[in-house]
Design a protein around this ligand. Structure first.
Ligand SMILES: Nc1nc2c(c(=O)[nH]1)N[C@H]1C(S)=C(S)[C@@H](COP(=O)(O)OP(=O)(O)OC[C@H]3O[C@@H](n4cnc5c(=O)[nH]c(N)nc54)[C@H](O)[C@@H]3O)O[C@H]1N2
Ligand SMILES: Nc1nc2c(c(=O)[nH]1)N[C@H]1C(S)=C(S)[C@@H](COP(=O)(O)OP(=O)(O)OC[C@H]3O[C@@H](n4cnc5c(=O)[nH]c(N)nc54)[C@H](O)[C@@H]3O)O[C@H]1N2
Ligand SMILES: [Mo]
Length: 770
């Protein structure tokens, strides 16, 4: 007899992709009321003359392919190109304190912002304001601050290269390096960790390398939901018989089996392809131990083989010519006991051994990873152990092999490349001087956590956001939201209304902006922008839809407006000229960053061009000039409280970060709700709990004092390692402390928050935020 599951919870048995994905797209198009225009819009995504899909940063085969179907790309595009609008009439009907009680889904689902708005405290409403007036209010508030370092300038990773470049130019001309950005909550462990290992903070592979790989390792990412076009690559590889080895605490359906909507046979016969050849359900945060275990076994096998007269398993030629530090690494993993490795990783020695088998058999290995690796207190160190593992067999810097961090936002990598960084290097400062004739500040500014801390402590008084939803994305909303409400100035350059806009400062302004899909007309005609994908390909993106209203401005135009109102004629920067013709912005980018030589010519080639990744051709821009084997952080022996659980936070299939498209998480069998916590059945039993019971989750340690609780969540018995639970981001951010982050990179440990759970007295889920 099958036991009835809680409402909306099912066991999903079908493959990922397939007809379910097509059905979901049809539903999304209808919900956004753009059925007629919808299909045509989708067909322009990632085409040579079209726009770059705002869904993810996975590359497209040369951006010249025919339309590649992608359910979640379709959701991202239709969410932006919706026919719904949120204008002055709406804001005159709703007070901000009422809107605050709406869900994140409902707020954004009102549609595209159409008018510049300013908050009026007397009526508790946002009211229209003219652009010039908005710019002048912002300029005068910023000028009035006693120190430019009292303002924070946030970037979310959808901004184009051109917008991000103008933003950093304006902010540095204003006088600070306070550049919190979404990357600080995302792949900062990669940006900080990899340069020390291989001299560059980006991936080393291209899409073509996947055709040559003999094995693919996938650590801590969920491509069926978050990088769906990667499924085409994995599907092809699986069909060629390439082993795909997955390390993930959850059995993500798309990594198990996938039906490609492009494949007529699979669609017609309802068949699918098995993706992972082996699936290791590592404990959250256990990857560091698993990687150390793999390396320990590789050294052991290498020694044994050599003792038996063999050549061993290491690429000694590569190690000798290209690397430093192998002895210390070998010593570290040798002194780490199997007992510790098994305990921390949740995997047995035999399992790790079988993963090593595959690794050693393959000539060319690519290792892909996502947030399951970076969002931990030891994220940076884990990234470096990934580089070590690859380097042991020379799997970096040759065809078919390399490291592949799956970036988040579609242009988060590009934004960093063109200068969004709180730690400017001398080359950037010299470049700005070359192009604009002034010396930018060189002292370190704030990253995302530091910016929010400064806001909470009242050291920072102003926040200007180029997109995003910083307050909701950040840990500890209790403290973060309160800090935001104490600001003197908050400015949001946004496409849609979100909760950060409702945390009103003394002066709060929302500026409606064109998105990727919108046509952008300036003095010299229709403009294209550029973006950089996960594989360092830079290409152009041109929207073509009629903008949602006449008043919207482009990101570059808004930044220039704020800059002129703040800086006046300081430094004699030609803001109008650059906004009138984005080619002129690109000319300046090329002067500041020589890697962009012939920028305007090269983006006109179909598919654009690839930025040089020195490690791809075995040039190592590290201090020693070699690729560095770096010893990993200790696994940490302290025995946790036996009642404590480790919470990892996830994206559902129906969300884009804080944007909640809908309430289903199809592949995990969750429908119509998000108020669930996944827990191992033995952990449930040990607490006398059953599938469907309501629980409270309380932070157990770390940075939010007093401890915070989310109440009334429904617990779902799930195939997840014992000792671990999983819940959705952003609802669970309440139990993640602001000071729980990787001290090397500042990346919050969203994937391993220590918590306690108790049976709940609440019949309904609590308001999780704020
Ligand atoms: N549709 C859609 N696309 C997106 C996004 C979105 O929200 N929606 N977000 C974009 C952004 S900004 C980003 S950064 C990426 C995020 O893409 P992912 O990195 O795939 O993001 P998460 O949902 O956080 O998933 C992390 C995966 O890691 C697993 N995991 C959790 N903890 C651990 C751990 O300790 N070890 C290991 N090995 N695995 C673990 C989870 O089970 C899950 O499968 O996607 C981008 N693309
Ligand atoms: N617990 C937990 N917390 C996390 C994570 C996690 O895995 N777990 N992941 C972290 C990660 S990886 C990231 S990247 C951050 C995400 O943090 P953010 O990037 O700040 O958040 P988003 O939800 O992507 O931002 C959505 C808003 O961006 C605006 N927007 C959309 N498109 C555009 C555009 O084209 N231009 C402009 N100007 N605005 C636009 C809209 O107003 C929309 O409401 O969250 C982090 N927080
Ligand atoms: Mo991200």
């Amino acid at each position: 007899m099958t036991k009835k599951r809680p409402d909306g919870i099912e066991t999903y048995t079908a493959p990922a992709g397939g007809w379910g994905a097509l059905k979901a797209v049809a539903k999304t198009l209808a919900h956004q009321q753009i059925v007629a225009q919808g299909a045509a819009t989708l067909l322009k995504a990632n085409q040579p003359e079209g726009f770059d899909c705002p869904g993810c940063a996975w590359p497209d085969p040369k951006h010249t392919s025919s339309f590649e179907f992608c359910e979640n790309g379709a959701k991202a595009i239709t969410w932006e190109s919706t026919a719904k609008r949120v204008g002055p009439a709406f804001f005159s009907e709703h007070r901000v304190s009422d809107l605050y009680n709406w869900t994140d889904h409902a707020l954004e689902d009102q549609g595209r912002l159409t008018h510049p708005l300013i908050y009026d405290r007397a009526t508790d409403q946002y009211q229209p304001i003219a652009w010039d007036e908005a710019f002048s209010v912002i300029g005068s508030k910023l000028k009035a601050l006693p120190d430019p370092n009292m303002a924070e300038f946030y970037t979310s990773g959808r901004a184009s290269n051109e917008a991000a470049f103008l933003f950093q130019l304006f902010v540095r001309a204003y006088g600070t390096n306070n550049f919190p950005d979404c990357s600080n909550m995302c792949h900062e462990a990669t940006s900080v960790g990899l340069p020390k290992s291989i001299g560059v903070g980006k991936g080393t592979v291209t899409l073509e390398d996947f055709d040559l790989a003999d094995a693919i390792f996938s650590f801590g990412h969920n491509p069926g939901t978050n990088h769906p076009r990667m499924m085409t690559t994995l599907h092809e590889a699986a069909r060629r018989g390439v082993p795909i080895i997955v390390f993930n605490p959850l059995k993500e359906r798309a990594l198990e089996k996938f039906a490609a909507p492009q494949d007529p046979v699979e669609m017609a016969t309802l068949s699918s392809t098995r993706i992972a050849s082996s699936y290791y359900r590592v404990k959250p945060g256990g990857d560091l131990a698993a990687l150390k275990g793999m390396m320990k076994r590789i050294f052991e096998r290498d020694d044994a083989d050599i003792a038996g007269g063999g050549d061993g398993y290491l690429d000694n030629e590569f190690i000798r010519t290209h690397t430093a530090g192998i002895d210390a690494l070998k010593e570290d993993v040798a002194s780490t006991s199997w007992d510790e490795i098994e305990k921390k990783s949740g995997l047995t020695e035999a399992m790790i051994d079988s993963a090593v088998d595959v690794y050693l058999k393959a000539k060319n290995v690519i290792l892909c990873y996502g947030m399951g690796i970076t969002q931990h207190k030891h994220g940076t160190s884990t990234v470096q152990q990934i580089a070590n593992l690859l380097m042991l067999r020379g799997n970096i810097g040759r065809p078919g092999a390399g490291i592949c961090p799956l970036r988040g936002h579609s242009n988060v990598q590009g934004d960093r490349t063109v200068g969004i960084t709180e730690i400017p290097n001398p080359a950037l400062i010299d470049g700005i001087e070359r192009a604009f004739g002034f010396r930018a500040p060189s002292e370190k500014g704030h990253n995302a956590v530091e910016a929010v801390e400064a806001i909470i402590e009242g050291r920072s008084k102003a926040l200007v956001c180029l997109g995003g939803n910083l307050a909701v994305a950040m840990s500890d909303p209790q403290a973060t939201f309160a800090g935001m409400r104490r600001l003197e100035l908050a400015v949001h350059i946004a496409t849609k209304l979100n909760r950060s806009h409702l945390l009103t400062a003394q002066t709060s302004i929302i500026l409606p902006v064109l998105g990727r899909t919108d046509s952008d007309i300036q003095a010299s005609g229709q403009q294209a922008v550029t973006v950089e994908d996960s594989m360092s390909m830079v290409h152009s993106s041109r929207g073509f839809l009629n903008p949602p209203g006449e008043l919207l401005k482009s990101e570059p135009a808004i930044i220039a407006g704020i800059a002129k109102a703040t800086l006046g004629s300081l430094h004699d920067i030609d803001w109008d000229g650059m906004v009138g013709d984005y080619n002129r912005i690109r000319d300046k980018i090329e002067i500041v960053f020589p890697d962009f030589h012939d920028f305007n010519a090269r983006i006109r080639q179909p598919g654009g061009f690839r930025l040089d990744i020195p490690a791809s051709h075995r040039q190592w821009r590290t201090a020693s000039g070699k690729a560095e084997f770096l010893v990993g952080q200790a696994l940490g022996g302290e025995e946790a409280d036996p009642d404590m659980l480790i919470l990892t936070t996830l994206r559902s299939h129906d969300q884009y970060n804080t944007t909640i498209y809908g309430l289903d998480d199809r592949y995990r069998g969750v429908f119509g709700r998000r108020d669930v916590i996944f827990m191992n059945k033995d952990d449930l039993a040990r607490r006398g709990l059953a599938d469907g019971d309501r629980i409270d989750v309380t932070s157990a340690a770390g940075g939010n004092t007093p401890p915070q609780t989310v109440r009334g969540y429904t617990v779902v018995a799930y195939d997840i390692p014992q000792g671990a639970i999983a819940g959705y981001y952003p609802e669970m951010n309440r139990v993640i402390g602001l000071s729980d982050y990787d001290k090397n990179s500042g990346t919050p440990s969203y994937k391993s928050a220590p918590v306690m759970v108790h049976r709940s007295e609440s019949l309904h889920p609590s308001e999780a935020l704020g």
